[in-house]
Ligand binder design. Structure first.
Ligand code: FES
Length: 140
């Protein structure tokens, strides 16, 4: 009888941990809007300018890169930041006005500059241009 009780107890604990783990992971994901994009060739990613439905930030996911790009709209210009930490190459999580690394705590601003170490170098930025309402991100 105590074996059955112990099984039920440990099973419930596992369920609670699993459930809380899931919500933790969900809370780690970026709350920003995301688009999947490709380009006409391997060196560009194209995003429709009307993809910015709310706010001035958009996460761009492309098969051309291992990590996402954060596209930041500033008036008529756009800044494209590669969401890969310059400390040890971990994927980053953008939030309202900062970009966070969960590995060792580095923080970057929306210009890609280091706000908090251990990262020392700014984020990789890509040149952008707008042609026919398409934001072209140049990867090289
Ligand atoms: S990999 Fe980002 S702070 Fe270390």
């Amino acid at each position: 009888m105590s074996t059955r009780r112990g099984f039920i107890k440990s099973g419930c604990a596992a369920c609670v941990l699993t459930a809380s783990g899931m919500s933790f992971l969900e809370s780690c994901s970026t709350p920003l809007p995301m688009v999947k994009a490709t380009g006409s060739n391997a060196n560009v990613v194209e995003v429709a300018a009307n993809s910015f439905t709310a706010g001035n930030m958009l996460v761009v996911r492309t098969k051309q890169l291992e990590y996402d790009i954060l596209l930041v709209k500033n008036g008529a210009s756009y800044k494209a930041l590669y969401l890969r930490c310059t400390h040890e190459g971990v994927g980053l999580t953008p939030a309202a006005n900062k970009i966070f690394c969960s590995a060792h705590g580095s923080v970057f601003d929306l210009d890609g500059k280091v706000v908090k170490e251990p990262a020392l170098r700014p984020l990789t930025t890509y040149q952008t241009e707008v042609i026919n309402n398409q934001i072209i991100i140049h990867l090289s």
